[in-house]
Design a protein around this ligand. Structure first.
Ligand code: ZN
Length: 238
């Protein structure tokens, strides 16, 4: 196989490796992973928010419980004195009765608050359990996706490494001057500076090649450029 045929093969491999690299870069798993990662971060935040709200609400419940107990004791003391028969003055009796009523009202109000706080604790416990569940589910999904994505990415990288090894082998076989010409022409021809002879036409520009040039192509080591587009021509079937 002539050098030009090697060069054509090199071109095809380089086009191939470029497209595999583009595919790797555009893999949907990257976007999906990022999205799920954000979801997990949100889930984690929801858990910690529910935890701190729950702790706060539990503290409030305990405080209200103690408050109810305190009012209860105070009210008991007032009632004991009120019904002890030791208070003789009508004015003092009235004051104590008022105080007792006020304490009972306060107690009932505080008990209501306590009930609401206990309901809030229950509600927050549910919220927290749900948030923890979501976090667990999404964390598992994330690590599954990570494993699967890494496998997928590894396949692409393995394929790129294989192509690169083939490319390196071919590049070491082609003479440096020809390689330099090929590399210099790559940008101009969008990675396709080598064209094949297809029938009588250049595969790059589809213009027919003169019989004179076609004859020169019979020599596999001859450097023949298409007269129309300037691409290097490689003989048919190589
Ligand atoms: Zn051409």
């Amino acid at each position: 196989m002539g050098e030009i045929a090697d060069l054509y093969r090199l071109q095809q491999l380089e086009l191939n490796i470029d497209s595999v690299r583009r595919e790797l870069k555009g893999l949907p798993v990257y976007g999906q992973f990022k999205k799920l990662q954000n979801e997990v971060a949100d889930n984690r935040e929801a858990v910690s928010r529910a935890e701190s709200k729950l702790a706060e609400q539990r503290k409030r419940s305990r405080r209200l419980e103690m408050e109810v107990e305190r009012i209860h004791q105070e009210s008991k003391a007032v009632q004991a004195r009120l019904y002890s028969g030791t208070v003789k003055s009508a004015k003092e009796l009235e004051q104590m009765e008022n105080k007792n009523k006020a304490l009972l009202r306060e107690k009932s109000k505080t008990e209501e608050d306590l009930l609401l706080a206990m309901e809030a604790v229950e509600e927050l416990e549910k919220t927290l359990a749900e948030a923890r569940g979501n976090l667990e589910i999404n964390s598992h999904r994330l690590s599954d996706m990570q494993r699967q994505g890494n496998r997928e990415i590894k396949n692409y990288k393995d394929r790129i490494a294989e192509l690169q090894a083939e490319i390196d082998g071919l590049r070491s076989r082609v003479s440096p001057s020809l390689l330099a010409e090929y590399d210099a022409m790559r940008t101009r021809f969008h990675g396709r500076p080598v064209a094949r002879l297809e029938g009588e036409n250049c595969s790059g520009c589809r213009v027919s090649i003169s019989s004179n040039l076609r004859n020169r192509l019979c020599n596999p080591s001859a450097l023949v450029h298409c007269e129309n587009c300037g691409r290097l021509l490689v003989p048919q079937g190589s």
